[in-house]
Ligand binder design. Structure first.
Ligand SMILES: Cc1cc2nc3c(=O)[nH]c(=O)nc-3n(C[C@H](O)[C@H](O)[C@H](O)COP(=O)(O)OP(=O)(O)OC[C@H]3O[C@@H](n4cnc5c(N)ncnc54)[C@H](O)[C@@H]3O)c2cc1C
Length: 327
């Protein structure tokens, strides 16, 4: 457990009151149910909280980290030294007539989808069931069933460590499960503007409902996991060309879908399903689903993930990339 400085504690309590907690167990908030204590944990309900926390961390030379719903995170068992800021900016403004929406980055994605469906605004209904916040979804360019967060996004309000400003969608440099925010960790997403199209609320609600039902089979509600562990393989991104050729000769080409190969397929080929390290296991029904069977540890997640990566590399010559973020 991290030592709490009395001076820092007093200063933080003065600024943040009840919003700051000390040695807060991250295992209680990550969907994987793993993680030691965050030395200083702040639940930020206003953008000023985030800005103040970052300025405070810089002034005191303390590392700081931002999280949203903690649904894509593997947090260290040993805990996190520094300030962990949880983004809880939940503002929501929907203008159904103009089909525009402004949403705080800490707003839960699912709750936004439900609100949009009620207003008859289409563009995110197939993303129903992805856990986490809007900020987390933008960070990782989340998506499902052919819809991605970037599709209807117009611009994003960020704090870059010095000032707040809007950046355009193209400045976000979205790609498959990636964005500029993965490279520029100092850019904090505060708010987003979306533009949707109109549709019948009833059919939107049905689409979301059906998708949630399908998803519940892969991700039962009590499953402790961070979603898909590894990114799928974008075939055209495999370099050099010789490696791509060799790779394609080793796989069933029928498995390529819209230019991507599910990493779950490769993981199945190396016998990942059902493998275990401590209380961490690969699902018997899905090679790319790593979950916590009870009292899992981040060190076992890493061990298992690294073993799987090595086996895939040995058999197929390519290195799987984690979709999850280690904290
Ligand atoms: C059961 C289950 C199913 C899932 N299914 C899908 C799926 O179908 N598709 C999919 O794409 N993902 C899926 N995921 C993964 C996850 O839900 C998404 O990646 C989600 O968008 C993460 O959001 P979050 O708020 O939880 O982010 P967190 O896990 O809290 O954070 C993830 C990363 O984003 C950064 N971040 C978070 N908020 C901000 C912000 N405001 N500004 C800057 N950086 C920020 C964090 O620093 C961290 O590096 C699934 C996860 C689970 C548990």
């Amino acid at each position: 457990m991290a030592t709490i400085s009395k001076v820092i504690k007093a200063d933080l309590e003065k600024i943040f009151g009840e919003k700051v907690v000390f040695n807060h167990p991250l295992s209680k908030i990550t969907t994987l149910g793993i993680g030691g204590g965050a030395q200083y944990f702040i639940s930020a309900q206003h953008k000023e909280d985030i800005i103040r926390a970052i300025h405070f961390a810089k002034k005191h030379f303390i590392p700081h980290y931002l999280i949203g719903g903690a649904s894509n995170i593997v947090a260290n068992d040993k805990g996190i030294f520094g300030i962990v800021i949880q983004n809880s900016l939940q503002t929501l403004q929907i203008n159904a007539e103009k089909q525009i929406c402004y949403v705080g980055a800490g707003h839960p994605l699912l709750s936004l989808v439900h609100a949009l469906n009620r207003h008859g605004l289409s563009g995110m209904e197939k993303m129903a069931g992805i856990p986490g916040t809007i900020g987390g979804a933008i960070y990782g360019c989340a998506g499902a069933y052919g819809q991605e967060i970037k599709n209807c996004l117009e611009r994003v309000k960020i704090f870059d460590g010095e000032k707040t400003r809007w950046i355009t969608k193209s400045q976000c440099r979205f790609g498959y499960r990636t964005s500029i925010f993965k490279q520029r960790k100092n850019r904090i997403i505060l708010e987003a503007e979306f533009q949707f199209t109109s549709a019948d609320p009833k059919s939107l609600k049905k689409i979301s409902r059906d998708i949630i039902k399908i998803r519940a089979k892969k991700y039962p509600p009590d499953l402790k996991c961070p979603g898909s562990f590894f990114k799928n393989i974008v075939i055209d991104a495999i370099r050099p060309v010789a490696l791509k050729k060799q790779f394609l000769s080793k796989i069933d080409l029928q498995k390529i879908n819209h230019g991507k190969l599910a990493s779950g397929y490769l993981l199945e080929q190396i016998g990942a399903k059902g493998q275990k390290r401590g209380d961490i296991a690969v699902a018997e029904y899905h090679g790319n689903l790593i979950y916590n069977t009870g009292n899992g540890k981040s060190k076992d997640v890493k061990k298992l993930a690294n073993l799987l990566k090595k086996k895939v590399q040995k058999k197929f010559g390519i290195i799987l990339e984690e979709e999850i973020q280690y904290l």
